[in-house]
Design a protein around this ligand. Structure first.
Ligand SMILES: O=P(O)(O)O[C@@H]1C[C@H](O)[C@@H](CO)O1
Length: 293
């Protein structure tokens, strides 16, 4: 439809990948999960797995970041058919933003109705502690302010409208469900809600950048998720997203703390069990009709 402008992420490209995947597996997922840094264990919850390395999937980018295995895993979670990205793509890896979000459109085309996104993030809210899980209520899209939005370019109406609404990006019912499930599981002490801000990365924030985000009302800062959310909402999927606070953003020149990826991965390991229980319990409560055509 737009051959010049959609270099490898057109509707036809996405459909070809979706059809290829559907020919390899009988699983017809209605829930898609994206694992954040160090949270790949979420994919291990799936039973009767059929897994594909990203390098073997037509049109897929490759994972380049430690803590992102680069596998697309199909299977069932407590009997519900799911697909899980064990490894996501980030702007700082150098891919065009439309390529980073291509798997989300493939989710849509294989029949996914609800996307659950997870990420590792730095705490900006001074009441947050390392290990807190923040349910995302809203986002601040900093790269978007500079025109770096995954919907830039010709709009293909088969995915969605030219100007999608984002004031309801994060499904309120699913946020409430997460709070309720978290309370039932006894996670009240470390379950929070807040605003996530995406930056381009890969450098972590300076002190003044972290202070600025605090003044803007941001609770957690990271380098992902928002482009995926925009694309998922554009094509009409429900979105739930959470951040694991893996480190505190440094906001004081006297601090000895230094943000680093090892700490991010380590916190992910420590909270893996609770994250898995929260996500798997939510999955059992989400109702769907499979609509793969
Ligand atoms: O994929 P996510 O957003 O969880 O990864 C975060 C952001 C960077 O990729 C990395 C920094 O440690 O973790």
């Amino acid at each position: 439809m737009f051959p010049e402008a959609n270099k490898g992420w057109s509707y036809e490209d996405c459909k070809a990948t979706a059809d290829w995947l559907m020919a390899q597996t009988d699983v017809r997922p209605t829930i898609g999960i994206v694992c954040g840094s160090g949270m790949g264990g979420l994919a291990d919850m799936l039973k009767d797995q059929i897994a594909f390395n990203y390098k073997d999937i037509p049109n897929f980018p490759q994972s380049t970041v430690h803590g992102h295995a680069g596998r697309l895993v199909f299977g069932t979670l407590k009997g519900r058919p799911c697909v899980c990205m064990q490894g996501r793509f980030h702007l700082y890896e150098g891919y065009p933003i439309q390529k980073i979000t291509l798997p989300i459109r493939i989710f849509k085309l294989i029949g996914v109705e609800t996307v659950i996104l997870t990420n590792a993030a730095g705490g900006i809210n001074q009441d947050f502690k390392v290990g807190d899980i923040m349910i995302i209520r809203d986002h601040l899209n900093m790269p978007g302010f500079a025109g770096n939005n995954p919907l830039v370019g010709p709009n293909d109406e088969r995915f969605g409208v030219r100007f999608p609404c984002m004031s309801d990006a994060y499904d309120r019912e699913l946020q409430q469900m997460a709070m309720d499930v978290g309370q039932e599981l006894g996670y009240g002490d470390f379950l929070k809600e807040g605003v996530y801000c995406v930056l381009g990365g890969p450098s972590f924030e300076t002190v003044v950048e972290a202070r600025m985000l605090h003044k803007l009302g941001v609770d957690a800062v990271g380098m992902s998720t928002v482009p995926e959310v925009i694309v998922a909402r554009h094509c009409g999927m429900r979105v739930f997203a959470l951040s694991l606070i893996t480190n505190q953003a440094v906001m004081d020149y006297d601090s000895e703390e230094k943000a680093n990826h090892d700490e991010v991965l380590e916190t992910g390991k420590q909270r893996a069990e609770q994250l898995e229980r929260l996500v798997s319990t939510m999955v059992t409560k989400i109702e769907h009709n499979n609509n793969y055509a």
